[in-house]
Design a protein around this ligand. Structure first.
Ligand code: HDD
Length: 729
């Protein structure tokens, strides 16, 4: 049967072009006259219709009523989780055909550029909450493939809190603000969360990730992503391979300090949103490689954990991550609401060649995502919202419902049918028709969990053991902060019992800060998550050793540290600054891809020693060291004298030092550094300072300073500065 005109047009153009398809729905008001929603031109949009110029407003004023009514309905329910987020458009390309393992079209042809839309989010906070909460980050990717949409709805942590989706509402209720007083916002540091966790030992591994610096990323652009569950890839021959999906950021995995995160939350709650937006606007397109860990079907039971258990990783040392393609985010959305807010992801949106496993968390998610959109986006036609539409045409017998956009022609809305030649016809597998993997199932109906899911500590321990000393200290601090905010001593005590199962030093460090003792044995029963008729003893966690003791991939210490691309550097200056060194350093940083901003006591310009006018980007009022990755103080007698006497400038440097950032200064700006508390840590002979371990560069040789400063910034942070313990600011 002949395709309709629109389909033919789609086939003729690049069918994969989501940009063009979205363009059909975009509009601009440039040069246009104001109208009502029905196209009537409006003459006066400043005054309502009244009975006399001092009289009451008339009900007749349909223009006023339309405008106010629309406004009254502008909000939709926020996402029940992941409400706070930001998104971007981009493209994905596979490096080479993956036909040996999958028939998914977008993973076969390196010349195909698949459009994507990616939304990053926090989990617990409301839409307007801070980006820098200690939280998991959502990492949801919609691939608009030529076989329909594939959504990889993952997080920046590779495991999850619970093993079965039936516990998800409990988890979310526990972590969200407490129901009586709606506090605290976007924070897990409260009684209900830790009460729940303290009787759910299956959460222990995830909690280790959540208490690590992974929960406070420097940028969305510097986070890993994980599909979490084990999925399946299916090739043309129908063979299945188990797969874990990874996103590896080309800029490496970096985090901020907790003190810094809290500071940013007050000074710029949009920090991650702004960072993503500005990076893309400036052409510094964020990139990730798609990685896969592949496990042949025959090896399903080869591991000391269950592949179906979402609280377990497959250590990269056991199964390496193969990088098979690259995603580049290259375009900001046109409209936050229409795109970022209305995008609807669903873990059940797969394409032929990708399939599910029986992970009970994944299975429950398959129900939840469509269901939630029905209330959030107001009905069953949310797939027609432009951002959600696939790039391929949709043909089925689904009809009607709130806000239906498609005008389906003809009489037939059922199948099979004779009137319309039994169209739309089902697609044969050879035509791309989806068929589920033919997994053999021979089982009794049972409401239970496999015993292979009962081991909860070995990978939590593997994670902790694999961290560097500063990372371990951060985890101790994070537990101490979170449990310190918990009011119930009982809950604190129970949690100590759990973390003592992971590592005695960890528990001892936290116990010390809480003024408690590590219990000899955890409180019993440790696990309250078992059925009414069960024997609690059968539900106690089993503790086994992991088959590997350390995994380098788990520590951020080992991440990419070879670039200053897209880092933000502050230059502190005042009138009389040495323009030559300022410009030389600035130019070198900018050509390395960094953004450089000049911060001075007031806006406008600073007049340099050489009379040059240097534009000022921010003052100490509008900027703070927590917005920057590194700081440089050029020389110049007057500038140095002003900055030394400027408390905010000194504080800026103290804080940058506290947060372990690279700091550079001309030798003749030393006076400013001497006003800081860390001056006593500076050696008399600066050539002694090992730039790469301490991150402080002081020199009057600008070429040398620039080179060393760039090397230091690329290291990101100098956490060793905190050893043995933190430094004040
Ligand atoms: Fe979920 C949103 C990721 C378990 C139910 N989830 C949501 C988003 C991400 C994830 C990134 C935001 C998507 C967006 O940006 O719009 N969720 C995960 C991961 C999980 C997970 C990685 C475990 C591995 N989720 C999970 C379970 C359930 C849900 C077990 C329910 C049974 N998730 C939802 C939801 C949300 C959602 C209620 C809220 C908003 C939405 O779906 O569109 O359906």
């Amino acid at each position: 049967m002949a395709k309709n005109k629109k389909d033919a047009a789609n086939a003729a153009e690049n069918i994969n072009d989501k940009v063009a398809k979205l363009a059909a729905h975009t509009t601009s008001d440039d040069g246009e006259l104001l109208t009502t929603n029905h196209g009537l031109r409006i003459n006066d949009d400043q005054n309502s219709l009244k009975a006399g110029d001092r009289g009451a407003t008339l009900l007749e004023d349909f223009i006023l009523r339309e405008k106010i009514t629309h406004f009254d309905h502008e909000r939709i329910p926020e996402r029940v989780v992941h409400a706070r987020g930001s998104a971007a458009h981009g493209v994905f390309k596979v490096y080479e055909s993956q036909s040996a393992i999958t028939k998914a079209h977008f993973l076969l042809d390196p010349s195909v550029e698949t459009p994507v839309f990616v939304r990053f989010s926090t989990v617990a906070g409301s839409r307007g909450s801070t980006d820098l909460a200690r939280d998991v980050r959502g990492f949801a990717v919609k691939f608009y493939t030529q076989e329909g949409n594939f959504d990889l709805v993952g997080n920046n942590m590779p495991v999850f809190f619970i093993q079965d989706a039936i516990k998800f509402p409990d988890l979310v209720h526990a972590v969200k603000p407490e129901p009586d007083n709606e506090m605290p916002q976007a924070a897990s540091a409260h009684d209900t969360f830790w009460d729940f966790i303290s009787v759910m030992p299956e959460s222990t591994h995830m909690i280790m990730w959540l208490m690590s610096d992974r929960a406070i990323p420097r940028s969305y652009r510097m986070m890993e992503g994980f599909g979490v569950h084990t999925f399946r890839l299916i090739n043309e021959a129908g063979e299945s391979t188990f797969v874990k999906f990874h996103w590896k950021p080309l800029l490496g995995v970096h985090s901020v300090a907790w003190d810094e995160a809290q500071n940013i939350s007050g000074k710029d709650p949009d920090y991650h949103r702004r960072d993503l937006w500005e990076a893309i606007e400036s052409g510094a397109f964020p990139e990730w490689e798609l990685g896969v860990q592949l496990v042949p079907e025959a090896d399903e039971f080869k591991f000391d954990f269950d592949l179906l258990d979402p609280t377990k990783i497959i250590p990269e040392e056991l199964v390496p991550v193969q990088r098979i393609g690259k995603m580049t985010l290259n375009r900001n959305p046109e409209n936050f609401f229409a795109e970022t807010e209305q995008v609807a992801f669903h873990v059940g949106h797969v394409v032929p060649g990708i399939d599910f496993t029986n992970d009970p968390l994944l299975q429950g998610r398959l129900f939840s995502y469509t269901d939630t959109q029905l209330i959030r986006l107001g009905g069953p036609n949310f797939h027609e919202i432009p951002i959600n539409r696939p790039v391929v045409p949709v043909h089925n017998n689904q009809r009607d419902g709130f806000m239906r956009q498609t005008i389906n022609r003809g009489k037939v809305s059922y199948g099979p049918n004779g009137i319309a030649n039994n169209q739309p016809a089902q697609a044969k597998a050879a035509e791309g028709g989806f068929t589920s993997y033919n997994e053999r199932i021979d089982a009794r109906k049972i409401r239970r969990r496999s015993k292979s899911f009962f081991e909860h500590f070995s990978q939590a321990r593997l994670f902790f053991n694999s961290q560097s000393d500063p990372e371990k200290n951060h985890i101790i601090d994070a537990f101490s902060f979170e449990l310190g905010k918990v009011r119930s001593v009982e809950i604190r005590q129970r949690m100590l019992g759990i973390i003592a199962q992971v590592d005695k030093n960890l528990a001892a460090g936290v116990a010390y800060n809480l003024g408690l003792h590590v219990p000899q044995e955890p409180e019993q029963p440790m696990n309250l998550s078992f059925p009414a008729d069960a024997d609690p003893a059968d539900y106690q966690p089993v503790d086994e050793e992991s088959s590997i003791m350390l995994s380098d991939a788990l520590s951020m210490l080992n991440t990419v540290k070879d670039t200053i691309k897209s880092r933000k550097i502050a230059i502190l200056a005042a009138d009389g600054v040495n323009a030559v060194s300022l410009n030389t350093v600035k130019d070198a940083l900018v050509s390395g891809g960094a953004t450089v901003e000049v911060i001075a006591p007031r806006l406008g310009v600073v007049i340099a020693e050489q009379d040059e006018k240097i534009p000022v980007d921010h003052t100490f009022l509008t900027a703070a060291s927590v917005f920057y990755d590194a700081v440089y103080v050029p020389g110049g007698t007057n500038s140095v004298a002003t900055l030394e006497a400027e408390a905010d400038a000194v504080h800026f440097l103290n804080e940058a030092f506290k947060h372990c950032k690279a700091i550079a200064a001309d030798e003749d700006a030393l006076q400013v550094l001497e006003a800081t508390y860390f001056s006593k840590k500076l050696p008399d002979d600066f050539s002694d300072v090992s730039v790469l371990t301490e991150g402080i560069v002081i020199s009057n040789d600008t070429a040398k300073l620039t080179k060393q400063f760039i090397a230091a910034i690329a290291q990101h942070r100098f956490w060793e500065r905190e050893l043995p313990r933190k430094v004040p600011a």
